[in-house]
Design a protein around this ligand. Structure first.
Ligand SMILES: Nc1ncnc2c1ncn2[C@@H]1O[C@H](COP(=O)(O)OP(=O)(O)O)[C@@H](O)[C@H]1O
Ligand SMILES: [Mg+2]
Length: 569
């Protein structure tokens, strides 16, 4: 599922820009940073100490000559963005969609850049605007040099192997959840793991809010070095196809790369499924990853497993006849979650549990377990950690996040028709007489066609449908609700459904209404916003966190709220 993206990116509160917005870093360099938040690259990512690399070594790496006397200039960082340059940095002046990074070279040098790397166009531009006080290194495509140079400068994965074991997760859905599951399992095994993902970055100290699914390659290498410096033993990282296309993981070597699934998504960028597949498949090659775990439930997974240029462990999660190295079996519902087994082709059995609702979380947990197994952990050790710590019952921020058990109440990110349907199916309790109450809305200004569809899905799969607001953006919130309600009423009437349909706003009032309607046997799903903490209404960002509102409403009614097993680094 693509990450939600705001239409407006203005003050007062920073919202994550889309991947496309920041596809070229120089575009970001030419626009002001969102006020109050970190820039696209922040100094918080960097290790405290970097031993200087001589500029001569960098020139050798690039295969270019240096002006006399500059061989020994010490490089201690690298930046694509003049605003994040620190003294000692190499400034990478790349061509951007609207401006060339060379336009900002002077600011970069003023900020302490010791040299500039650019292309022919950038060099011509610099020559016209007069002498820069630092050497300019000219290469054909500086873009492709960024990752390897960052690896060299930060020594993120040095030859001595003293860096965190790196597990990457890619696929259309389930990346965030699987990276948190891996984090939780590593912790259960007694390790100190880091995490790089859509929501936040965990590298041993305070979580760093994340602006992109995968940060720029300069930040990725700096982060890996920071984790190494802080003694982290392993890290899981979300790798979107955008990250691969935009060179954000260049120069990164994954110990294990995992594949969840591939469904119709992101075709705007990748043109076709085949191309989308090719982009993802690039990760599964020597030089980028040492080994892979591939979920082979869909045809793309099977193709990937067949074509990968590295050793592959296959995993099947959706059928008794599946042919794979490991297969999910004996799935039995327990509460909203499930007990299940992983059985290997050679007869080994691992027993697992996840408290998170949804078949897809069984798949995510299975992938996390097999990826960790692939790092060399013994099966017995893994089993003991699973039995003792129940690591897959963990709060993944806004992803099927359990807020209370009775009523079972869940906050999920599902914000399109498919995801809403999956989430509603996942939370239906087998207990007779229990109701599903859903609170959701549609976002303004985009994809208007999905509003009645979402209304109809809710009417079919829930007993009480409470239509409220999501991010209306500049649109009239009442008009958006009316579109969703129309779909819900139409489905109820045409299909003679027994659901109750209500309208409630603002969203916190809708959440309170859901709790007022619920008994301890029921299930409440608050869908669409997940971990988001700001609601955008006509250019103003209002503080709103579904989890906070739901906890407060439950507590006010005397229901007990689950302790939040939040992951901390
Ligand atoms: N393996 C999966 N297959 C399909 N849907 C999933 C899967 N895992 C999670 N989901 C659904 O997609 C939403 C996003 O999940 P997330 O883990 O954030 O994936 P991603 O990071 O790939 O977008 C969840 O809220 C859930 O509704
Ligand atoms: Mg994600």
């Amino acid at each position: 599922m693509p990450d939600r993206a705001p239409l407006a990116s203005g003050p007062p509160v920073p919202r994550a820009p889309t991947e496309n917005d920041l596809s070229e870093q120089n575009q970001a360099a030419s626009t002001p940073a969102p006020s109050g938040g970190p820039a696209a690259g922040t100094t918080g990512f960097r290790p405290a100490f970097v031993a200087a690399v001589p500029l001569g070594t960098i020139a050798e790496e690039l295969g270019v000559a240096l002006p006399a006397g500059s061989w020994n200039a010490g490089v201690t960082g690298i930046s694509l963005n003049s605003r994040t340059v620190e003294p000692g940095d190499l400034y990478m002046a790349l061509p951007g969609a609207s401006r060339h990074g060379a336009d900002f070279a002077r600011q970069a040098v003023d900020a302490g850049a010791v040299a500039v790397v650019t292309d022919d166009a950038g060099a011509r531009q610099l020559a016209m605007s007069g002498d820069l006080a630092v050497p300019v290194l000219v290469v054909g495509t500086p873009r492709t040099a960024v990752g390897p140079l960052a690896a060299l400068i930060y020594r993120s994965q040095p030859a001595d192997g003293a860096f965190p074991t790196l597990l990457g997760v890619t696929g259309t859905n389930g990346k965030t959840t699987t990276t948190y599951f891996i984090n939780s399992l590593l912790r259960a095994l007694g390790k100190t793991p880091g995490l790089i993902g859509t929501i936040e970055i965990l590298a041993g100290a305070e979580p760093i809010p994340s602006l992109l699914t995968t940060p720029e390659s300069t930040d990725v290498h700096a982060l890996l070095a920071l984790m190494r410096e802080r003694g982290l033993e392993a890290a899981s990282m979300e790798v979107s196809s955008h990250a691969v296309s935009f060179h954000r993981v260049d120069g990164v070597v994954f110990d294990v790369v995992g594949f969840t699934n591939l469904t119709q998504d992101h075709l705007d960028l990748h043109g076709s499924m085949e191309e989308y597949f090719r982009t993802k498949a690039e990760l599964f090659t020597a030089g980028r990853a040492r080994q892979a775990v591939v979920t082979v439930d869909d045809a793309w997974g099977r193709q990937l497993a067949a074509e990968a240029g590295i050793p592959v462990t296959t995993l099947a999660t959706n059928g008794p006849d599946a042919i794979a190295d490991w297969a999910v079996a004996a799935v039995a519902a327990r509460g909203l979650g499930a007990d299940f087994e992983l059985r290997s082709r050679d007869g080994r059995v691992i027993r697992l549990h996840t408290g998170l609702p949804g078949d897809f979380n069984v798949a995510n947990a299975a992938l996390a377990a097999i990826m960790v197994l692939a790092t060399g952990v013994e099966a017995d050790t893994l089993q003991a950690a699973l039995d003792e710590h129940d690591p897959f019952t963990v709060a993944v921020p806004g992803r099927m996040q359990l807020i209370s058990n009775a009523p079972a109440s869940v906050v999920d990110f599902a914000h399109n028709p498919d995801a809403l349907a999956r989430a509603l199916e996942a939370v239906r309790s087998p207990e007779p007489g229990s109701k599903v109450i859903v609170v959701f809305g549609a976002t303004g200004q985009r994809d208007q066609g999905k509003r009645p569809t979402m209304g109809a899905i809710a009417a079919r799969l829930a007993d009480v449908v409470i239509v409220s607001d999501d991010d209306p953006h500049d649109e009239d919130a009442a008009a958006i609700r009316a579109d969703v309600l129309a779909g819900a009423y139409a489905a109820r009437d045409a299909e003679k459904l027994g659901c109750e349909i209500l309208e409630a706003y603002p969203r916190d009032a809708a959440i309170r209404q859901a709790v007022d309607t619920a008994t301890a046997r029921d299930t409440i799903l608050v869908a669409g916003r997940g971990h988001e903490v700001w609601q955008e209404v006509k250019g103003v960002n209002l503080a709103l966190d579904d989890r906070v509102e739901l906890r407060a409403a439950l507590a006010a009614k005397g229901f007990s709220v689950s302790t939040d097993h939040r992951i901390e680094s």
